[in-house]
Design a protein around this ligand. Structure first.
Ligand SMILES: Nc1ncnc2c1ncn2[C@@H]1O[C@H](COP(=O)(O)OP(=O)(O)OP(=O)(O)O)[C@@H](O)[C@H]1O
Ligand SMILES: [Mg+2]
Length: 427
């Protein structure tokens, strides 16, 4: 058994596999360090040894992220012993029923309220609301029930750090995995690991410290470091590919921020290339001062037409829905219809600002994010954005830096987050 394990697992993973589990078992640390792999293995063994009639839950921030990060890998690990359907939100692992649930929507907590669980698996624990976690713990009422969770570090004041890791009053085992712990994969893919480290190094700051060094640290200073340090790498005069040919974008999406209170409205047009490889900001418009709704609509139509003339199409449009946003969007859609413009404006998906920020930083780090030089407001906004020193993991939004430009740009691209991130976990 021991020899077999040596071939299959990294030393840190073997320690974890052989250890006695506690009620709460948390694996934290660097990216790609083998936490998910080994925790799923142990989860499978745990589930298989619990009574057959017991029920279990696997959860993550969303069902999509749970699927992407865990469900496929679990199948690779145990083969036919795990089958699942995300539409039915259910799986079967060694004959035991596994509920699958995303924790990121407001109703999630009520969905697990009535459950009686013998075990739970949580992917990316820091992304789960505390209320959901407490409800989950209270559902683990079967004898010997256990919770397994993985996470990358977050802020030192995050509830996971304060309520679990630093909490001496609960029965828990905390395992910390480092970037060098995944020896098996590292041996096979030395270049991949070096590149990954370099990528995070260039993203700098909090991303390097948390995701490579595995530290629970505050986010401080300039946000888009890579861009701010060397903007010319990402600023282009024309939207052309490496052969100098005009890019034929797969998607052209406009983001609208109405900026109701500040009287500044932003339009940002974003082009996404085929296979969701690159993201280009190709045009922008800023309306200074207060406008009547009809004037905003006409300005939008002018902007839309400009993009269509330059790039042939606009495929999507997402608008802010805060304050009177929805009313304006309703009016805008009517206006577009009346003017024969074949475009529907949808409410944006706000998500968590930090996910939007991470997406940009990740794309910059991979040289997949470009901005046309003429989009000077957005360029300025990327240079100036900083973390708020007074609030945990928050982008400073006190009027001293131009946040609305970033919002509008993020609204245009965030709906494609999953597709843009798809190749983050290539191995
Ligand atoms: N013992 C192993 N043998 C072979 N491959 C492994 C082993 N452990 C991990 N891997 C592979 O290494 C990669 C990273 O592992 P894993 O996803 O478990 O890391 P992680 O710590 O959960 O990373 P992240 O923080 O990015 O989620 C995965 O592709 C996984 O399949
Ligand atoms: Mg993982």
């Amino acid at each position: 058994m021991q020899r077999k394990l040596n071939e299959m697992l990294n030393p840190k993973q073997i320690d974890f596999m052989l250890a006695d589990d506690k009620v709460i078992n948390l694996l934290t640390g660097s990216v790609r360090s083998g936490k998910t792999y080994v925790s799923l293995l142990k989860w499978a063994v745990f589930v298989a040894t619990m009574p057959e009639s017991s029920e279990f839950l696997m959860t993550g921030k969303t069902l999509t992220s749970l699927k992407r990060n865990c469900l496929g890998l679990l199948q690779d690990l145990v083969g036919k012993n795990f089958t699942y359907s995300t539409s039915q939100k259910m799986g079967v692992l060694f004959g035991r029923k596994i509920w699958l649930e995303g924790a990121n929507d407001e109703r999630a907590e009520s969905k697990i309220r009535g459950m009686t669980l013998a075990g739970a698996y949580v992917d990316e624990l820091t992304q789960i609301p505390f209320d959901f976690y407490s409800m989950l713990l209270s559902r683990l009422s079967v004898k010997n029930a256990k919770l397994y969770a993985t996470t990358n570090p977050d802020s030192p004041t995050h509830w996971v750090k304060e309520m679990i890791i630093d909490n001496e009053e609960i029965e828990k085992a905390i395992w910390t995995f480092s970037f060098d712990d995944n020896e098996i994969l590292k041996k096979e893919n030395e270049d991949y690991f070096n590149n990954l480290k370099q990528q995070y190094q260039s993203m700098g700051g909090v991303y390097f410290e948390r995701f490579i060094l595995g530290l629970w640290v505050m986010a401080e200073g300039v946000i888009y470091r890579q861009f701010a340090n060397n903007p010319e790498l990402f600023i282009k005069d024309k939207a052309v590919d490496e052969n100098g040919d005009k890019i034929n974008f797969l998607i052209i999406s406009i983001g609208i921020d109405y900026g109701a209170t500040k009287g500044e409205t932003e339009f940002k047009a974003t082009g996404i290339t085929s296979q969701f490889k690159e993201v280009w900001t190709i045009d922008e418009e800023k309306l200074h001062g207060l406008y009547a709704p009809e004037q905003v609509y006409q300005k939008f139509v002018d902007f839309y037409k400009r993009v269509v003339v330059d790039y042939g199409k606009v495929t999507h449009c997402f608008a802010d829905y805060g304050a009177l946003g929805q009313v304006l969007t309703y009016g805008l859609n009517r206006y577009l219809q009346q003017n024969g413009i074949p475009l529907k404006v949808d409410d944006c998906i706000k998500g968590q600002i930090n996910d939007r920020i991470y997406l940009d930083c990740y794309l910059f780090a991979n040289s997949r994010r470009f901005i046309l030089r003429k989009c000077k407001y957005l360029i300025e906004a990327y240079k100036l954005a900083v973390w708020d020193e007074k609030h945990e993991d928050t982008r400073l939004d006190d009027g001293t830096t131009p946040i609305d430009d970033l919002d509008a740009s993020e609204y245009s691209m965030f709906p494609f987050y999953d597709k843009l991130m798809m190749n983050i976990k290539q191995f």
